[in-house]
Design a protein around this ligand. Sequence first.
Ligand code: SF4
Length: 285
Amino acid sequence: MKITLASCYGFCLGVENALRILRQAKQDNSEKITLLSPIVHNSLIMENIAKDGYFVLDDNRSLAEKINSLDQGTIVFSAHGHDKRLDQLAIDKGLKIIDTTCPRVKANFKSIEKALEEGDDVIFIGITNHPETLASLSLDKNIIFLDFKNPDYSVLKKGEYASVHNQTTLIQDALNPIYDVIRKYYSHVKIINDICFATKKRQQALDEVSDEDFIIVIGDKISSNSTRLFELAKQKYSNKRVFLVNSLDEVKRINFSKNEKGFITAGASTPKEVINPIIEYLKSY
Ligand code: SF4
């Protein structure tokens, strides 16, 4: 099978940064290290982290409840960002803190804070309950939230100045109709394009698809950037077979007998341990 790889796929600098901080913490620290949530959204990465002796609290409790359940050791906040008020809660409990928030996400928090200081109405577009959304909304109780998939515009009121921010891993074209509605409510709308470079590059690389019969996006279904990459591929190439897979086993269950050419890409949180076996398998199909 002829396989074309996207010019840009797989790990971004933010994910590499988070994993490097975590590894360093283990070297510097003999105490128990507890991850309050998946540090990045990929199941293989999280399995390996657990095997390496870190404790992972991957349940539905809030971060505050998890912190309150701990009495000692070091806690790790994920790359998606978190409510900074939780830092004090952890300090009060005598816990050490490791923060792996992606620098790009931190930059978005700063731009939201700047808009709030300037007195703008801040609107944040994101995926409901995604950790980056929760962290962004925690910056101020007056931030107006619009769900990226199903925005409820009834929360908007007529006003003068609005500053519009968004989660880093969304799809640019899908934001434009949301901006159009917001412009009907405010006389001055500042659009802050918060989609990160890594997400843009992986989405732009989908333009390289030509006469391939199918597209495979490798990534976890809980990963926002992988899921958006998959949605964009389906939208752009509705005449092609498009798959979102997270393991070689999933790929082996797909029948490619009528296909000759395939295109492969992968989300920013997908490790090469998942990507490379899929590429090799399909090349030799
Ligand atoms: S996808 Fe973007 S925001 Fe998320 S970790 Fe990577 S660089 Fe940071």
